[in-house]
Write a protein that binds this ligand. Structure first.
Ligand SMILES: [Zn+2]
Length: 177
């Protein structure tokens, strides 16, 4: 498997069409969201380490954010639909765990979007869910760090609930993992 070798029967790898194909596929992937966090794309989440070609298939490698995330199948179907929609009939999604996803992979744009969604972006990851790290959340409304962890279990696996002692609002945090 080699990178960016799209339509290799018609064009040599690395020519301008192959590059524009790569850009089109990434643009298509940038329209796919995690249904639990619809404001941020899977690309901004850092869930797509690479796109490549395997024979006639366009292969999207996806790293799940949380093992057993119920949205995984939906995301996989949405990836296939988006890439087909961009004109690539034969699409495969390979779920990979190497490199493992960590919240450090969320892009800066993605972090801003999480914040404007009212979801505090995760702090630096430490390899596993750790209550101490989760306890350190800045309020997405007023940026105060004078916050209290209310519940490690938010409405979904990926979220914790905090209370801001300054603006006296509850808010959710995307857990650092
Ligand atoms: Zn606040």
């Amino acid at each position: 498997m080699r990178l960016a070798e799209f339509h290799s029967r018609d064009h040599g790898p690395g020519d301008s069409l192959a590059q524009s194909d790569t850009a089109m596929i990434w643009a298509a992937l940038d329209t796919v969201t995690d249904p639990e966090i619809p404001v941020i794309s899977i690309v901004e989440m850092g869930m797509v380490p690479s796109v490549l070609v395997d024979g006639d298939a366009t292969v999207v490698r996806m790293t799940p954010t949380f093992a057993g995330c119920p949205a995984l199948d939906v995301i996989r179907q949405n990836i296939v639909a988006a890439v087909k929609n961009a004109g690539y009939e034969n699409v495969r999604v390979d779920v990979v765990f190497d490199p493992p996803w960590t919240s450090d992979r969320i892009t800066d744009v993605g972090r801003e979007k999480l914040k404007s969604f009212g979801l505090a972006p995760p702090g630096a990851a430490c390899g596993s869910i750790n209550e101490l790290r989760i306890a350190e959340a800045a309020c997405p409304l007023c940026d105060s760090t004078n916050t209290t962890l209310e519940s490690i279990f938010g409405p979904t696996l990926c979220r914790a609930i905090h209370y801001c002692n300054d603006c006296q609002q509850s808010f959710e945090q995307f857990k650092p993992v």
